[in-house]
Ligand binder design. Structure first.
Ligand SMILES: [Ca+2]
Ligand SMILES: [Ca+2]
Ligand SMILES: [Ca+2]
Length: 324
């Protein structure tokens, strides 16, 4: 009990130090290095080209929005930033016409006339009647384009919308600190395939949860029990949640590489694993017992986050790791 209290105090202390530093050195995530004071926002360039919808989802998964300029000043500042490291000729922005042709709105629901709407000559032309998504070109002009083309994009986070989760030392308020283990968890109630679950957790700067002890298993059972999951509709597997382990070379290992047998908790459900090559991904029955599952099966999942303390937290925030 004493050590638990100690670690909580340490975390609070660490957060106090960091959050007082946060006033002058604002922070969102280490992968959002660019802060522009004029817009009071953080930006991240995504160099992997995506469809417009996927770009929008990627930003949302990171707790941000698909960038679009509010005004000319921002359009210019952001292009200056992009040009410093990239050679893109255009990027997707968070503007589309989802409901009616030529009625363009931002991903936050504002009409384009209320933000930056410097269209290129002859645009928007809705060529062939399929141009519903918007790109901004290097010269600062907008063009409507097909949504299934893959383009680079930026995500943006307004500093004013960052609501720091102090105990978990992250901007996502849905992670809950668990005193017993000194770390944080989030139960996801949008069913995903196993790999999608891995990606969602990674985008949130955590990982698909791994059970390392009976205590943690008990906590997951409890998290599952209280999760608001019973009204979730759709086609997905009820009764199990994805966990961060998988079968590779006929051995069950966590996504961090350790054999499941060596994790400190390895209680399989009745007759499990039973799926052979058809079930090579890891899950937990709602009762806490392990189960092999088909990787394409959609179900709920839990993300786990270890909280960096003091030095490591500062390194994580200010990017001092991996240098030298
Ligand atoms: Ca066009
Ligand atoms: Ca764990
Ligand atoms: Ca099974």
């Amino acid at each position: 009990m004493f050590t638990t209290k100690c670690s909580v105090l340490l975390i609070l202390l660490a957060n106090h130090i960091l959050s007082s530093g946060q006033q002058e050195d604002k922070f969102f995530r280490v992968d959002y290095p660019k802060y522009i004071p004029e817009t009071d926002s953080f930006y991240k360039v995504h160099t992997v080209h995506q469809t417009w919808e996927k770009a929008k989802e990627t930003c949302e998964a990171e707790g941000a929005v698909l960038y679009y300029p509010d005004d000319e000043e921002e359009a210019l500042a952001v292009w200056n930033y992009i040009n410093a490291t990239q050679t893109f000729y255009w990027i997707y922005i968070g503007v589309s016409s989802p409901y009616a042709p030529h009625v363009f709105i931002t991903v936050e629901g504002h009409p384009i006339s209320s933000v930056y709407d410097n269209w290129g000559v002859g645009e928007p032309n809705d060529q062939s009647g399929v141009e519903r998504c918007v790109v901004i070109r290097r010269d600062g002009t907008l063009n409507d384009d097909k949504c299934d083309v893959k383009n680079p994009f930026l995500c943006k986070k307004r500093a004013s919308t960052i609501n720091w989760n102090i105990l978990c030392d992250m901007p996502d308020q849905k992670y809950e600190y668990y005193d017993g283990l000194g770390r944080c968890y989030k139960f996801h109630t949008t069913p995903k395939t196993w790999l999608e679950a891995v990606q969602v957790c990674n985008a949130e700067q955590s990982y698909l949860a791994i059970i390392d002890s009976q205590l943690e298993a008990d906590h997951f059972v409890n998290l599952t029990r209280i999760a608001k999951k019973d009204d979730v509709e759709g086609s997905y597997l009820r009764g199990a949640v994805h966990l961060g382990f998988t079968r590779t070379n006929s051995q069950w290992r966590s996504i961090k590489g350790r054999p499941v047998k060596a994790l400190g908790y390895c209680k399989w459900g009745h007759n499990q694993p039973d799926g052979g090559d058809n079930e090579t991904c890891g899950s937990m029955f709602y009762n806490g017992k392990l189960n092999d599952i088909n990787c394409e099966q959609k179900c709920f999942f839990i993300c786990e986050r270890e909280i960096p303390i003091l030095g490591s937290a500062i390194e994580m925030r200010y990017g001092e790791t991996n240098k030298g």
